[in-house]
Design a protein around this ligand. Structure first.
Ligand code: AMP
Length: 403
């Protein structure tokens, strides 16, 4: 399928051509025609599949047609869980809409209110927002949704995870009932189903095959770790590899992310932290530096790195494993994007076995075990003896970990 057969307008096609895209990705070829036909959609697709363009292109097509209703509020609203993701969607709107006249803006936390108030007081075509800040404006009576035509929920599962369920429902309740709604999510569970039932009308469903699909280009490795010191040694060995041109190191806590980034920087590495306690400006600066190649190692927490789209990330290192399996998939999806290959390395200590098992069940395979010469784990042997006799269940788990 080609982009021209999708019946997008000439300015949009021209912008796509300038991006160098030769054909739509699977999610795009499935979602765009349905969205253009005005259908509500539930699309299960992860980052890296081209999902952003799958909703931004139909949104732009809509904006190219004069509005049917008068008013000043946005015609399209995209809700995203994090500021980073919102910024990426805004970038995509600018990129794909570069040959159109569009008024768009972002309503995000961590930035002053006054500019956002100005945006909301003018006729605006498209607004990208995080739920928390948009609710603030809504409660102050500053948002007019009377001419909203299209609502997009991006990474809806993450919005629920982050506790935005009520906010999303309050926001949608303030929009016209005859709007079109597109829901994008990486995962599907009962909470999503409840949300979808409330918000969508006779939705069409698209699932981009299996969880592994986007992971095909990523080589996943597991290193068994004895303790934090062992993890630190392995990290230093790995980052000495010059093939690692850009890496994201994931840490479970903001404090550890800060500490590790500081430590690496002191040792002369181009390293920075990225976490939720940093101001929006500081987060943007860190991401820009990485994009430009001025930062090689970004030590990040899950929330801050959600949706992060920096091209050329060669490695993702999980210093700690995330507690839930979806976060693992999101983390490693920062590398191997848009067809490039990538390596995802996870350090797993004895106390992380439960998380590991959840992840392996979720991705449907066990992570290949690797060792670094001279830094072999010691604890496997010790643990084996200490767990002897603990029952086959526990024994089996420990065995699985050492494999
Ligand atoms: P996303 O899943 O939206 O985060 O997109 C992943 C990456 O794929 C982004 O860097 C896009 O620029 C890129 N991309 C989107 N659509 C296409 C396409 N049709 N062909 C090639 N790359 C694309």
């Amino acid at each position: 399928m080609s982009f021209t057969s999708l019946e997008l307008s000439a300015p949009i096609l021209k912008a796509i051509e300038m991006c160098g895209y030769t054909q739509p990705t699977e999610i795009q070829s499935q979602a765009i025609p349905r969205a253009l036909a005005g259908r509500d959609l539930i699309a299960t697709a992860q980052t890296g599949t081209g999902k952003t363009a799958a909703f931004v292109l139909p949104a732009l097509q809509r904006i190219g047609i004069p509005p049917s209703r008068r008013g000043k509020g946005p015609r399209v609203l995209v809700l995203t869980p994090t500021r980073e993701l919102a910024n990426q969607v805004s970038d995509a709107v600018r990129t794909y809409g570069r040959f159109m006249r569009i008024r768009s803006g972002a309503i995000l936390g961590g930035v002053p209110y006054y500019e956002q108030q100005r945006l909301l007081s003018q006729p605006v075509d498209l607004v990208v927002a995080t739920p928390g800040r948009l609710i603030d404006h809504l409660e102050r009576g500053r948002v007019d949704f009377s001419r909203l035509e299209l609502l997009v929920l991006d990474e809806a599962d993450r919005m629920l995870d982050m506790g935005f369920s009520e906010a999303v429902q309050t926001i949608t309740a303030a929009t016209p009932a005859d709007r079109q709604t597109l829901l994008f999510t990486a995962t599907w569970d009962r909470a999503m189903e409840t949300l979808a039932k409330r918000l969508l009308k006779e939705p069409e469903r698209i699932a981009i095959a299996g969880k592994q699909r986007t992971l095909e280009t990523i080589e996943q490795r597991l290193h068994t770790a004895d303790d934090m010191q062992h993890k630190s040694k392995m990290l230093h060995r790995l980052i000495a590899d010059t093939a690692m041109t850009k890496a994201i190191i994931f840490s479970s806590t903001k404090r550890h992310a800060d500490q590790l980034a500081r430590e690496l920087a002191e040792q002369g590495h181009a390293a920075e932290a990225l976490h939720g306690d940093m101001t929006q400006g500081a987060r943007n600066r860190a991401i820009t530096k990485m994009r430009r190649g001025n930062v090689r190692l970004l030590v990040a927490t899950d929330v801050a790195a959600r949706g992060l789209d920096v091209s050329g990330i060669t490695h993702v290192i999980n210093y700690d494993l995330p507690k839930n399996a979806e976060d693992y998939v999101h983390r490693i999806g920062r590398t191997g994007r848009a067809g490039a290959s990538g390596i995802a390395i996870s350090f797993v200590s004895g106390r992380e076995i439960d998380s590991l098992q959840r992840i392996e069940r979720y991705i449907g395979k066990s992570l290949p075990r690797h060792v670094l010469p001279g830094l072999e784990p010691q604890s496997g042997r010790r643990r084996q003896s200490s767990y002897r006799g603990a029952g086959t269940g526990m024994q089996g788990r420990r065995e699985a970990w050492r494999r």
